[in-house]
Design a protein around this ligand. Sequence first.
Ligand SMILES: *[C@@H]1O[C@H](CO)[C@@H](O)[C@H](O)[C@H]1NC(C)=O
Ligand SMILES: *[C@@H]1O[C@H](CO)[C@@H](O)[C@H](O)[C@H]1NC(C)=O
Length: 419
Amino acid sequence: MPSRVSDDKHGSETEPPYPKPFTIPMKRTVRPLFALVLLLVFVATLTSRAMLRRPLLSIDLETRLVLIHSPPPQLNATLLRHAAIQIGEDKAKQEIQQLLDGNLGSQARHRTFISWRRIIHHDIASAGDRSSSRSTIPATLRSPLFYRYWLDFRKVLNDWARKKRFQPNIMDELIRLVKVPIDKKNGILDGNLRKYSSCAVVGNSGILLKSDYGSLIDSHDAVMRLNNARVNNFESKVGKKTTLSFVNSNILHLCARRVGCYCHPYGAEIPIVMYICQAVHFLDFTVCNASHKAPLLVTDPRFDVLCARIVKYYSLKRFVEETGKRLEEWGSAHDGALFHYSSGMQAVMLALGICEKVSIFGFGKSPSAKHHYHTNQKAELHLHDYEAEYHFYRDLVDRRNNIPFLSDKFILPPVVIYQ
Ligand SMILES: *[C@@H]1O[C@H](CO)[C@@H](O)[C@H](O)[C@H]1NC(C)=O
Ligand SMILES: *[C@@H]1O[C@H](CO)[C@@H](O)[C@H](O)[C@H]1NC(C)=O
């Protein structure tokens, strides 16, 4: 194409605006130009830094532009490597294999199993058809209903265990895995993978009692609540709308056995998303799932692995920076095998995947506030590192390219923290 060639020629006669000056020999006449280019690069860097510091509320399209031009994340390779190690992993695998083999292994699991059998039979009794014969049902695996649940349990557990690996692209599947089933339940069947236009994730911290965020929370397109926290009598502080309830499997495990709660911590109509703390809790899931009108969803194990790595990275980082100890000592300081992200952290991660904007309420603590707004619980659980998780939330707001393990393609929605 002749015109192009002549264009090129023409171009080479004018002053090259971009890196070329770096390669041509430094003649006296070129120096001012070189200095100018350096100055331009410097100004451009400052500008993009300044843009990064802008308040995030106003960002929409801009976020994408800034992310493309921002410097590569400053992540520490040693920390990344350590964060990828799951200390309890071998033991967990062994436990799953035992369960699949029908070997309950420990007293605690045996108790779970026995009580599970009881709630199944309670289920039959409450259905009204066999209440009189309840006590005569033999406590044995040969009960056909029991056996069916047992097969379901093994299948669900097996599928889950096989999927468990590190795969950060799982963030892009959360709409399909979580929002679509909830939309279906709400009669929205357009098959559209749209996100919620805005989400409020409501933690349970006592700091909620200091403000009246209730109507602000309810004004979000979707409201996520945690671990079955009560809203009655707290509406002005925490709102009353619940789009989905995010729980750990202990909540369902306990609720399944409590009269009046029976598998439905928020009532049968509220969708539940639950992460599995112990493989044996799939027993509760299989039984409870059958009686749920709204979706009862288990978090994808690839999503669990991603959350675990991110929190461990922040926890390791905090540990070496604040104690000055070696990374290898983190495990004994944090109960390595039991260490876990909190429900709140995973709920925030879920919101990042299924919402266009995320507002965080009731996370964080203050000396003057209760631990939970709705209980008198004092101590924090030792198996979580809430401080590390706060660092993560803060990075979501203002150091957004510093978050480890997310895939490059994933676009973080803007996040606002209400204290
Ligand atoms: C990464 O973290 C480790 C452990 O804290 C530290 O020893 C190392 O110096 C850090 N590396 C860099 C490049 O900052
Ligand atoms: C849970 O129940 C729903 C509705 O009955 C069903 O579609 C789904 O497959 C069940 N989930 C599992 C993992 O068994």
